[in-house]
Design a binder for this molecule. Structure first.
Ligand code: PGA
Length: 250
């Protein structure tokens, strides 16, 4: 069936343009010719032009950590999809848990952003995942289903092909605690089943579901090596070129 894995670096609010350029200079030779997986970097908005230019013509794509759903207008501090595309960005994260927790992003906002991203031909990586209290209360499946359903309102099977989902249990992000491969696989199956319910078996079979949350060189193989896990969204361990290279080559 062959879902091609996507290995994505979420740099969050780290790096200056000079540091970002240094990373790309070191990283591209390390992954030159690596075609088994797709590779994407998600830097802060001010780094995007630098990183896009540095990655031009390579096997590394570049995307935003966030976009706004409106086309343009009086939205101080936001970035439009048109602006992202104009500088050569091809991907965007949507609804990362830090956006949900620190910036009050709801499933409704995630859904609007997903529609805008698809309309403009971006590859959206929709992030979902439960917090610790929800897992401990046995609510993980319900939370994931609600987040998938909320994100996909009004999305048709025909439009869904570019969508990537990232399952990121919030308790595993930046904490050094990783979901076991079994836990991740179980969550991915719940998510894939929900996608099947909403958009049909074909879309569900083809949609890529990444795992994120303390992915490191040491645990990348056991996670991404699972048939059900179609890549990784990597925060801390993506900030150094040699560390991210090891994850890309899991
Ligand atoms: P982490 O972050 O790898 O540092 O846990 C993952 C993410 O937030 O996407």
């Amino acid at each position: 069936m062959g879902r091609k894995a996507l290995i994505a670096a979420n740099w969050k609010m780290y790096k200056t343009p000079a540091e970002a350029a240094d990373f790309v200079k070191a990283f591209l030779p390390l992954v030159a010719g690596h075609t088994r997986d797709e590779i994407a970097l998600f830097p802060s908005p001010v780094l995007l032009p630098t990183v896009v230019a540095a990655c031009a013509g390579s096997n590394v794509a570049v995307g935003a950590q966030n976009i706004y759903f409106a086309e343009e207008g009086a939205y101080t501090g936001e970035t439009s999809v048109g602006q992202l595309k104009a500088i050569g960005g091809t991907h965007t994260l949507i609804g990362h848990s830090e956006r949900r927790q620190c910036f009050a992003e709801t499933d409704e906002i995630v859904n609007k952003k997903l529609h805008t991203a698809l309309k403009h031909g971006l590859i959206p990586v929709v992030c979902i995942g439960e917090v610790l209290e929800e897992r401990e209360a046995g609510k993980t499946a319900d939370v994931l289903k609600t987040q998938v359903t909320g994100a996909f309102v009004g999305i048709t099977p025909e439009a869904a092909a570019p969508i990537v989902i990232a399952y990121e249990p919030v308790w595993a992000i930046g904490t050094g605690k990783t979901a076991t491969p079994e836990m991740a696989v179980e969550a991915h199956r719940i998510i894939r089943a929900e996608v099947a319910k909403l958009l049909g078996a074909d879309v569900a079979a083809n949609i890529r579901i990444l795992y994120g949350g303390s992915v490191k060189p040491e645990n990348a193989t056991s996670l991404i090596g699972e048939e059900e896990i179609d890549g990784a969204l990597v925060g801390g361990a993506s900030l150094k070129a040699d560390s991210f290279e090891k994850i890309v080559k899991y």
